[in-house]
Design a protein around this ligand. Structure first.
Ligand code: NAP
Length: 247
């Protein structure tokens, strides 16, 4: 257990499962108090809180559907009020809806933008209002912002590409206040969204320099680094951790 993040408070938008949950465990292990935002997985979020507490950490679960700007903002304001500060925002909530342009509905397009892009802006705006010098905003992007090698992923790839522009602009907005803003952009990671034993796994591995799914912990490690004191000069970046998917 390191103490890199002792005294820090983190809000994780989409912390109940997958990469967000692994990052919650890791940030807590490094000493941060973590607030785990979730939309529908209440029992997974509560179980994670209990797990973190049992390991000596501090955590709470907060219901906040990322598509509801008011609820998300209130959740972040509430965490900052409860703990007296907010230092780290991780935006990990995301959805992957697939379909080629002739089939893909406008409702699915709008939902993709609402969760993967709009909520990141909403949460960043809310969190930045509470952050002091040393604040950290970290988004989970995707290697698909750079490479979408299959049909059917246009909206998802667009949503993740949008985040590469968003972090550049937000980095400029918040840099003078000592707040950094970055994307961590994974390749295939073994989660509910993209299981290592799923139908697409072999096809994905065929495109990679390191032909395997990554572990959520391998993404959480970069999240923790960016959240920590050594990463204060990294901002506006899109950091690929993709086993060479886009190489
Ligand atoms: P996951 O296991 O499916 O988990 C998704 C998380 O997002 C859950 O905690 C879920 O919470 C939350 N979420 C979804 N919709 C939400 C909403 N409306 N409001 C609040 N939370 C919401 O997926 P994952 O693989 O960990 O994905 C995490 C991030 O990594 C996503 O942004 C994804 O695009 C990105 N990513 C994943 C991969 C991969 O291969 N797995 C690769 C590149 C990028 P609830 O269950 O409570 O709704």
């Amino acid at each position: 257990m390191s103490s890199n993040l002792n005294g820090k408070v983190a809000f994780i938008n989409g912390g109940s499962r997958g990469i967000g949950a692994a990052s919650a465990r890791r940030l807590a292990r490094e000493g941060a108090t973590v607030a785990i935002g979730y939309a529908s997985s209440a029992s997974a979020a509560e179980a994670l809180v209990e797990e973190i507490k049992a390991s000596g950490g501090t955590a709470i679960a907060v219901k906040a559907d990322a598509t509801d700007a008011t609820a998300l903002t209130q959740a972040i304001d509430g965490v900052a009020a409860q703990f007296g500060r907010l230092d780290i925002l991780l935006n990990s909530a995301g959805i992957l809806l697939m379909g080629s342009v002739d089939q893909f509905s406008l409702a699915d397009f709008d939902q993709t933008v609402a969760v993967n892009v709009r909520a990141v802006f909403v949460a960043s705006k809310a969190a930045a209002a509470h952050m002091k010098d040393g604040g950290r905003i970290i988004n989970i992007g995707s290697t698909n912002a750079q490479r979408m090698p299959f049909a059917g992923g246009a909206a998802y790839a667009m949503s993740k590409a949008a985040l590469t522009g968003l972090v550049k602009g937000l980095a400029r907005d918040l840099g003078a206040r000592g707040i950094t803003v970055n994307n961590v952009s994974p390749g295939p990671i073994d989660t509910d969204m993209n299981p290592a034993n799923g139908d697409f796994a072999a096809a994905l591995h065929g495109l990679m320099a390191i032909p395997r799914h990554g572990h959520a912990d391998e993404i959480a490690a970069m999240v923790a680094y960016l959240a920590g004191p050594e990463a204060g000069f990294i901002t506006g970046a899109d950091l690929l951790i993709d086993g060479g998917f886009a190489a």
